[in-house]
Design a protein around this ligand. Structure first.
Ligand code: SF4
Ligand code: SF4
Length: 89
């Protein structure tokens, strides 16, 4: 069993470097940079979506999708997942 998550993306053109996403991330997955959008440490990100919710510029795309390889199947869900609201994009 396996799969890969699409990485979290930050739109550098929208980002105002306010730092809110860095503050809200409890996993240390976002690092503030001088003169640029925060750096994403994808290996630490758990996909909680808190940074996307917090960003006032809608610069973060945290719409994770698991891409399954050939011959792989996703496991049966054990919890109910709610659909994220993407209508504002
Ligand atoms: S919250 Fe949004 S605008 Fe602020 S630093 Fe993060 S990505 Fe940039
Ligand atoms: S999705 Fe959650 S863990 Fe990942 S960078 Fe955003 S706040 Fe941090």
């Amino acid at each position: 069993m396996g799969g890969a998550c699409t990485p979290l993306r930050i739109d550098d053109r929208r980002c105002t470097r306010c730092g809110l996403c860095v503050t809200v991330c409890r996993c240390g997955a976002l690092e503030a940079l001088d003169g640029g959008a925060p750096r994403v440490h994808a290996e630490r990100c758990v996909g909680c979506g808190a940074c996307e919710e917090m960003c006032p510029e809608e610069a973060i795309d945290c719409a994770f999708a698991i891409v399954w390889g050939e011959g792989q199947e996703p496991p049966a869900p054990t919890v109910s997942l709610t659909q994220r609201d993407t209508s504002r994009r």
